[in-house]
Design a protein around this ligand. Structure first.
Ligand code: ADP
Ligand code: MG
Length: 680
């Protein structure tokens, strides 16, 4: 849903004792107007905003009314940004950082975030913070002093991000506050004029809030799988005025004007956004580091609030008008914020999920606090490794690119030399002399400063630090068309010129622990000596570093040659073992074939055996059958023999009885015959 950027104006208490002589700013509800001293308002100079805070208003009220909603929304997954815009000394840092008695927006936001997430029991959170500064269009890491001039990168997964920026995973508000304090110390390290730096630089404190629904074990995995990632930016902008020509220690800068590119482009972006949707395609976010980093906060997917701080003194009227006009334009911008839910592995929370689960199991013991510390440490280590890897990849890429460029340069030079020599050999000497001189001059220039064009096109550095060895001039961009022209800037800020040395600004708390640096602008000789001393110590340091580096280099060369030797030995060993492995391979092959043969033989034997055993079984069966038959036959024969015996006995007795019958018959017949004979 489209919603307007929330814009408030805050008037700080007056610093000067002088009472106004002509005009004063009057605040009624949410309106601020310039009035003549005796009451009548000046027409055309009355502005209304979401809130107008007068000089008695506390940081706590500003936070409650302007920023709290943005912070709470960030915990719920919406991107959020809070800016402080205004001239130097108008109270930006006071609003963002606050004082000991009345903490500023950053501290309140940090506390609030942790308080809020404690109350949300059905989600788990992972919070990481980073702190950076944009100074002279260079991004420096305020958590790690060595991380300077960091590039902005863009990737599908992470969107626009500052590559190599240290991020720290944090568990509670106290950790964040400590980190912020160390960041402040880093920021001012080595500065002789803190006001100059803080009024020319933007600081961005960033919290990335990732959260994930706690798996309740209901099996509804998809809903708890999505991770919300929101980015919260709290920004203390550079002073919106044109900076005086007074630099550190009262040294007058040589440049006629100082233009803060990021701030100018911010003005431009806000101008274009406030003109409505039509122009949105041409918003020059890419023209400055600040607008690039904060792109989503301006006309994009974020909830944004801007607090414009103004000074009430009459001397600042023009600058205050400029700030109020900026605020009015900002009020017309609409954003379209939505909860950022993702399902990819881009979320750190997801990537660390397994580890967390593992550790949570361990956490269920009594040493929960110690283990919690352990988790935090592990998580931070992991994050560091990731960032380190990212940085190395970047450096490699950079190295490759510059290598290519160097090669191209060499090729170009060769081509030119060839051209030149052909010119010399071919030419009519007298007529070509002038042109040759001309081209030689060109070549010399090209040769001497092969990269100059590139840097001068991109550079937008007005004045480097006092110790910088770079030329003390301010190369302005060749074309202002894609930036903002100075007239716009002038109109916006009406040419107020701040004297930085005379300004009072909110001190950074920890900085007080540094020994006070005695700056006496009048005593330039002392300053010079001090600076000379500084330079000397720096030189000594550099020499020491050089010696150290040389020593390290030698050591590395030695280690390198030793390693090379070891590698050679290993190679030889490898060759040897390769050879022996070759012969054993062959032997193995032979054995394998033999084994194969034996196997086949064994198989065929087994088959024969099984066949013969089958035969044997068959034969045994047959034999048994035959035996059975034989037994039967034997039995039958025995039976028959018995029968025969019985029969022959019976036969013999029959024979005898027949013989006796025969004898009887015979005797009877003879008897009969004899009888017959008698009769006859
Ligand atoms: P800026 O960051 O805009 O340059 P500072 O925040 O440093 O300005 O404010 C300048 C001076 O005014 C500081 O001394 C600061 O303490 C004081 N100041 C600014 N705003 C307030 C305020 N609302 N109440 C009290 N003191 C303020
Ligand atoms: Mg400040």
């Amino acid at each position: 849903m489209a919603e307007k950027i929330c814009v408030a104006v805050r008037v700080r208490p007056s610093i000067s004792e002088e009472s106004p002589s002509g005009t004063f700013w009057k605040i009624e509800d949410n309106r601020i107007s310039l009035h003549k001293l005796h009451g009548t308002p000046i027409s055309g100079l009355s502005y209304a905003f979401d809130h107008v805070f007068d000089e008695s208003c506390s940081n706590s009220k500003v936070y409650e009314l302007l920023t709290k909603d943005v912070i709470h929304a960030a915990v719920d997954g919406f991107n959020g940004t809070a800016f402080a815009y205004g001239q130097t000394s108008s109270g930006k840092t006071y609003t963002m950082n606050g004082s000991l008695n009345d903490p500023g927006i950053i501290h309140r936001a940090v506390n609030d975030v942790f308080q809020k997430i404690q109350m949300i029991s059905d989600r788990e959170f992972l919070i990481r913070v980073s702190y950076m500064e944009i100074y002279n269009e260079e991004i420096n890491d305020l958590f790690t002093v060595e991380n300077q001039k960091l590039p902005i990168h863009e990737s599908l997964e992470r969107g626009i991000f500052v590559a190599g920026l240290r991020e720290e995973i944090v568990n509670n508000a106290e950790q964040v506050i400590k980190l912020l304090e160390s960041g402040e110390v880093n920021r001012h390290f080595g500065e002789t004029n803190m006001n100059a730096r803080s009024s020319r630089s933007h600081t961005i404190f960033r919290m990335v809030i990732e959260s994930k629904g706690i798996d309740t074990g209901s099996g509804d995995y998809s809903s708890s799988d999505a991770i919300r990632v929101s980015i919260l930016n709290l920004v203390d902008l550079a002073g919106s005025e044109r900076i005086a020509k007074t630099g550190a220690g009262g040294v007058r800068l040589k440049e006629g004007k100082y233009i803060n590119k990021s701030l100018m482009v911010l003005g431009n972006v806000i101008n274009k956004l406030s003109n409505g949707a039509k122009q949105r395609a041409h918003i020059p976010y890419r023209d400055s580091k600040l607008t690039r980093i904060l792109q989503t906060a301006l006309g994009g997917n974020a909830k944004t609030s801007i607090i414009c701080t103004v000074a009430p003194e009459e001397v600042h009227v023009e600058e205050t008008k400029g700030t109020l006009q900026f605020a009015s334009r900002a009020k017309r911008i609409t954003n379209c914020a939505q909860v950022n839910e993702i399902l990819t592995d881009a979320a750190l929370l997801k990537r660390q999920q397994l580890e967390i689960e593992d550790l949570r199991r361990k956490l269920q013991g009594s040493r929960s606090e110690v283990l919690e510390q352990e988790i935090l440490k592990l998580r931070n280590d992991m994050l560091k490794y990731e960032l380190e890897r990212e940085k190395l990849e970047m450096e490699l890429e950079e190295e490759r690119r510059s290598h290519k460029e160097r090669e191209q340069c060499i090729r170009d030079q060769q081509l030119k030399i060839e051209n030149l020599s052909s010119l010399v050999s071919d030419g009519d000497r007298s007529s070509s002399q002038d042109s040759m001189k001309e081209s030689l001059k060109d070549e010399c220039n090209d040769f001497k400063t092969p990269c100059f064009k590139e840097t001068s096109n991109n550079a937008f550095v007005a004045k480097r630090s006092n110790y910088s060895e770079l030329p003390d001039f301010s190369p302005l961009p060749d074309s202002f068309s894609n930036v903002a022209d100075e007239d716009t800037w002038f109109k916006m800020n009406k040419g107020y010129i701040a004297d930085l040395d005379a300004l009072q600004t909110t001190p950074a708390r920890k900085v007080q622990s540094f020994p006070p640096q005695d700056i006496t602008p009048d005593c330039s000789n002392d300053n010079y000596k001090l600076e000379l001393q500084n330079l000397k110590t720096q030189l000594e340091l550099v020499i020491k570093e050089k010696v150290e580096l040389q020593r390290k280099h030698e050591e590395e060369v030695q280690i390198n040659s030793r390693l090379m030797g070891e590698i050679c030995e290993l190679k030889q060993e490898l060759d040897l073992s390769n050879n022996s492995s070759e012969s054993s391979k062959q032997r193995y092959g032979n054995l394998e074939t033999e084994f194969q043969k034996l196997k086949e033989e064994r198989d065929s034997l087994l088959q024969t055996v099984s066949e013969s055993s089958k035969n044997i079984t068959f034969l045994t069966d047959q034999k048994e059958n035959i035996l059975k038959d034989l037994n039967c036959e034997v039995q039958r024969r025995k039976d028959l023999e018995v029968e025969i015996k019985q029969f022959s006995v019976a036969f013999a007795s029959r024979q005898r009885s027949l013989a006796s019958i025969h004898g009887e018959f015979k005797s009877k017949i003879e008897k009969l015959r004899a009888e017959n004979l008698v009769r006859y």
